[in-house]
Ligand binder design. Structure first.
Ligand code: ZN
Length: 499
């Protein structure tokens, strides 16, 4: 019978595209082929005589893996065998495929649990075993990480790693459905594990209760097959991207959200672009507000996180057309989905032909973020005691306790609220309101430039910016209320709502 040899293997057949061989079965014909061309044997078969996982053999139009007798299938001289590189559904799998024999088997309980997958030819028994063998790292267990990890657990991914350093707050529950009212105050990785194990008890959860940094990213990420980036800040996003490329093109199922819009793609595969090919540099700090400042429709991360989960599953199974080389734009208000073509940039500093970034860098500096001082990252300072003598960028930080003590002693310092009017409607301390964006323009309304002004916002970040702006405008005695109105509600007036 005629055996078609693929281009990469023709080096071992004297560049012949087809070779004649005979045998009563497919296996016998292949055996004759490697007897005639001994150099081919090691490329087609492993040491134990099994067909290697990166070669598929088709008998006429049928993949022999799906024929009941596989290699023992009878063949005649009229048949044709075709050897082709391992692909399924038209997409080369981006994840290194373990040999089928090495895949874990499924228990009867698992066969029953995943029966709707098993009857899909595109998943089947082998696909479900691939999912069980797979290790996926979810960076963040917030809005995106919640649906992402839940669906991956439900689908039968064997090992899910979770990276998060935060604790569950009541204001997270509007979108972070992996947590619950009962786990408010717990570490997010612990809270997420409870929900994931409840859904799928056989799941192996690996908890990384830490902030992902340049110092630990490669070590944490190296053992995973796919990384799913559900972070909410640019520093971590560039860090995850660069680490994925540096670890030898680990696929990165990316998602991001803001207000009513989302993005998704798959970065850092060998053939596709990376996040830096799309965005070589981050926006300057403050240009793009975070979800904590700008808000987000709670359902939107659900939409985008489920798209990320879909891509992760496709990458592991090697089916369908993934978002490699495409950027999906989701508009929840218009309910429209658009995809844009992305190209790999040959001059990309990390994945291009002459990379300049060959090790992880300082991503805070790259993104123009000030290093956290002893006062702690301003956004999370509600959870930390802040010394009243702390100074950040020349702005004294005042704690809510100190302000309260001064008020109790009869002191009435001037307080300014720099949040947005709709936030003021939710809760306020009775202070006059000038939103951060208008502070510089309306500073004249504040009068005496030498009077003490204590500025507050929701958690202390925007008020710090406002304080810097006023200082630059000539105000000599501005202070930032550390932790903002959230800290006030936490520690001073517990009757106030938090948002
Ligand atoms: Zn790139």
């Amino acid at each position: 019978m005629k055996i078609h040899i693929p281009t990469p293997l023709r080096a071992y057949t004297g560049q012949k595209e087809t070779v004649e061989a005979s045998g009563a079965t497919v296996g016998a014909a292949l055996e004759q082929l490697v007897t005639s061309y001994p150099d081919l044997r090691g490329n087609l078969f492993s040491a134990d005589g099994k067909l290697r996982s990166f070669v598929n053999v088709y008998l006429n139009d049928d993949d022999i893996r799906y024929l009941p007798e596989k290699e023992a299938t009878p063949a005649t001289d009229a048949d044709e065998l075709t050897i082709i590189p391992s692909i399924a559904g038209g997409t080369p799998t981006a994840v290194e495929e373990p040999a089928v024999a090495e895949l874990p088997t499924l228990t009867n309980d698992e066969i029953s649990r995943y029966s709707r997958h098993l009857i899909l030819p595109e998943v089947g028994m082998e696909g479900q075993r691939k999912l069980k063998a797979a290790k996926v790292l979810c960076v963040g267990t917030g809005g995106l990480g919640a649906p992402l990890a839940l669906y991956l657990a439900a689908a039968g991914i064997g090992t899910i790693g979770l990276v998060d350093f935060d604790t569950v707050d009541e204001s997270n529950l509007q979108r972070q459905i992996i947590h619950s009212t009962a786990t408010v105050g717990k570490l997010k990785v612990d809270s997420a594990e409870i929900m994931l194990k409840g859904l799928n008890p056989t799941l192996n959860v690996v908890k990384h209760n830490t902030m992902l940094t340049s110092a630990n990213a490669l070590e944490i990420m190296k053992d995973y097959d796919v990384i799913a980036d559900g972070t909410d800040n640019f520093q971590t996003r560039y860090l995850v991207n660069d680490a994925c490329v540096l670890l030898g093109n680990k696929p990165n199922a990316y998602g991001s959200i803001f207000r009513f819009e989302g993005q998704a793609s798959v970065f850092a595969t060998e053939e596709g672009p990376c996040y830096r090919c799309l965005y070589p540099e981050p926006p300057p700090p403050g240009l793009v507000p975070s979800c904590a400042e700008g808000g987000v429709l709670g359902i939107l991360p659900g939409l985008v996180g489920v798209i990320q989960a879909t891509e992760v599953i496709k990458l592991i199974l090697g089916i369908g057309d993934t978002l490699v080389g495409r950027l999906l734009l989701v508009d929840a208000l218009g309910m429209s989905f658009r995809t844009l073509k992305l190209r790999k940039n040959p001059d990309c500093p990390v994945c291009g032909t002459h990379p300049t970034v060959t090790a992880l860098i300082d991503y805070d500096q790259f993104c123009g973020i000030e290093k956290p001082t002893e006062a702690g990252p301003l956004e999370v300072s509600t959870h930390k005691a802040v010394g009243s003598e702390a100074v950040v960028d020349g702005i004294p930080q005042i704690s809510v306790e100190e302000l309260k003590a001064r008020q109790d002693a009869g002191d009435k310092p001037f307080i300014l609220d720099v949040r947005e009017p709709h936030e003021y409607q939710i809760v306020n301390m009775g202070a006059p309101l000038i939103p951060l964006g208008e502070v510089a323009l309306r500073s004249v309304e504040l009068g005496d430039k030498n009077q003490e002004i204590i500025i507050h916002c929701k958690s202390g970040a925007r008020s710090q910016k406002a304080a810097v702006a006023l200082k630059n405008a000539g105000f000599t005695n501005v202070k930032n209320l550390s932790g903002g109105i959230l800290a006030w509600a936490d520690k001073i007036d517990k009757t106030l709502p938090k948002y």
